[in-house]
Design a protein around this ligand. Structure first.
Ligand code: NAD
Length: 480
């Protein structure tokens, strides 16, 4: 059985404790590898290595960083099939999705920031007749990057790439539930010639390894993606230490469908925004508000499309819905479906665990589920479920649906379907949301600011925002 190792100071190393955790394949329910059960000793070693590497790395030219990062891109692309297969086995997501989205995006993240670092410029401000001010943007030092399990390599690299490109050195922790591709990445970093200590990857549990990263004196900033509750814990430690924080947290995103939309395109995309990656994308639109004149038609179509989705072995090309990530997550999703029933909701389709034959008989599979008949303010419609479960609700007016959409504590993303241009702009401006997709979903341009409002987090990733996050601005005022 494969044993994953930490990557510290340019080398693959064993955890100080000598202890390991089981890594389970969600599609089979069986243990298939071992993960280091690291602790603060490993984090201290990683932080020491990162601190030692910082002076030299921060002084390398953007071109030199580009050369190394772009080599890493070519290795990720070379190993695309192997990485996609590993991601699918580790997470339960369809291999077709990992091959088309997760791994290509990891390569894009490095490519984007490798080139972005060569295009940054700093401002200068002339104080007329007295002085010239210029802004120096200097890398922060050692930074911490902590990522979740739903888009493992995709989100891990979304943090690491800008940090390294900005000249920081990194102590990173992938989710203990999906550590495999981060482990594979560490080997690619060695092959690409990334200098020792620039990136350090420590595997293990959040309350041990994650908390040690957040609380480490030498780690100047925390870039975190995960649940809102974990974000609160991180902020409790990091805020009094005056660390910079980028917190990308949970969501309960509205998908608002007006009767004048391009119906076919909307339906096609809504099937994806509801159930892609088993609904385990922070941007999935789990609350679907439908203007009353098309409500019945939409309801019938969505249910029949959901029932056509093929639930199966994630490694098969014909599979649309793979396994959810773990037994405990499956039980959480199931408990929300039970809650929806007790709150008076009608399960229009799905609602159950699926038992497959053969290799996947012990896997964690859930039916795509559509619920109706619940008010916007019940728990099912307020709390994040993060599974293949959507709730559909009719509405009559723009004002009413804005009230429904904005009634949750979250504000990550929203989708609006309408052919009315004025309405599209008006509604987008009034939604409590960091991202609004009009007539599309998950159409990403890496230059755009990415992040949420309210309890979906603070700070923005993407574009120059992330490079700014990993640097400190210094004003230099020179008297003329
Ligand atoms: P999680 O918060 O449980 O874990 C995320 C990471 O934090 C993991 O690596 C975990 O080990 C670590 N962690 C846990 N406790 C910690 C602690 N006390 N200190 C430091 N680190 C700790 O989240 P998850 O279950 O892995 O991911 C699902 C959540 O992530 C959902 O809420 C989803 O909405 C959110 N998410 C948000 C975005 C976004 O961009 N806003 C993207 C993807 C996922």
């Amino acid at each position: 059985m494969l044993t994953i190792e930490n990557y510290i100071g340019g080398e693959m190393v064993l955890p100080a404790s000598g202890l390991y955790l089981d890594n389970i394949e969600p599609a089979t329910g069986e243990v298939y590898s071992q993960i280091p059960d690291s602790d603060d000793r490993d984090v201290n070693l990683a932080a020491d290595a990162a601190r030692a590497a910082f002076p030299k790395w921060s002084k390398t030219s953007p071109e030199a960083r580009f050369e190394i990062l772009i080599r890493l891109v070519s290795f990720i692309e070379r190993d695309l099939d192997e990485l996609a297969r590993a991601e699918s086995i580790d997470n339960g997501k369809p291999l077709t999705l990992a091959r088309a989205m997760d791994i290509p995006r990891a390569a894009s993240n490095f490519r984007f920031y490798a080139t972005a670092a060569m295009h940054t410029s700093n401002e200068s401000h002339e104080t007329v007749g007295q002085a010239i001010n210029y802004t120096l943007r200097q890398p922060l030092g050692v930074v911490g990057c902590i990522s979740p399990w739903n888009l493992p390599l995709y989100l891990f690299t979304w943090k690491i790439a800008p940090a390294i490109a900005a000249g920081c050195t990194v102590v990173a922790k992938p989710s203990e539930i999906t550590p495999m591709t981060a482990y594979m990445l560490s080997k690619l970093c060695i092959e690409a010639g990334l200098p020792a200590g620039v990136l350090n990857i420590v595997h293990g549990l959040g309350p041990k390894v994650g908390a040690a990263i957040v609380g480490h004196r030498d780690i100047k900033a925390i870039s975190f993606t995960g649940g809102t509750k974990t974000g609160e814990e991180i902020a409790r430690t990091a805020a009094p230490m005056f660390k910079k924080m980028s917190l990308e947290l949970g969501g309960k995103n509205p998908n608002i469908i007006f009767a004048d939309c391009n119906y076919d395109e909307m339906l096609e995309t809504t099937v994806r925004s509801s159930f892609a990656n088993q609904g385990q994308i922070c941007l999935c639109g789990s609350r679907i508000f439908v203007e009353r004149p098309i409500y019945e038609r939409f309801k019938n179509d969505l249910v029949s499309r959901a029932m056509e989705l093929n639930i199966g072995d994630p490694l098969e090309d014909s599979t649309n819905i793979g396994a959810v990530v773990s037994r405990s997550h499956m039980e959480k999703i199931q408990s929300y479906i039970d809650l929806a029933r007790t709150e008076g909701g009608k399960i229009l389709c799905g609602g159950h665990r699926v038992s497959l034959d053969g290799r996947c008989s012990g896997g964690f599979f859930m039916e795509p589920t559509v619920i109706e008949g619940l008010p916007h303010d019940c728990r099912t419609n307020q709390e994040e479920i993060f599974g293949p479960v959507v709730s559909i609700m009719p509405f009559d007016t723009e004002e009413e649906v804005l009230g429904f959409a904005n009634s949750v504590r979250y504000g990550l993303s929203a989708t609006v379907w309408t052919e009315n241009l004025s309405r599209a702009h008006r509604v987008s401006a009034l939604l409590d949301s960091g991202i609004v997709w009009v007539n599309c979903w998950l159409l990403r341009d890496l230059r755009t600011p990415f992040g949420g409002v309210k309890d979906s987090g603070i700070g923005r990733e993407g574009g120059f925002e992330a490079l700014k996050f990993f640097t400190e601005e210094k004003n230099v005022c020179v008297k003329i």
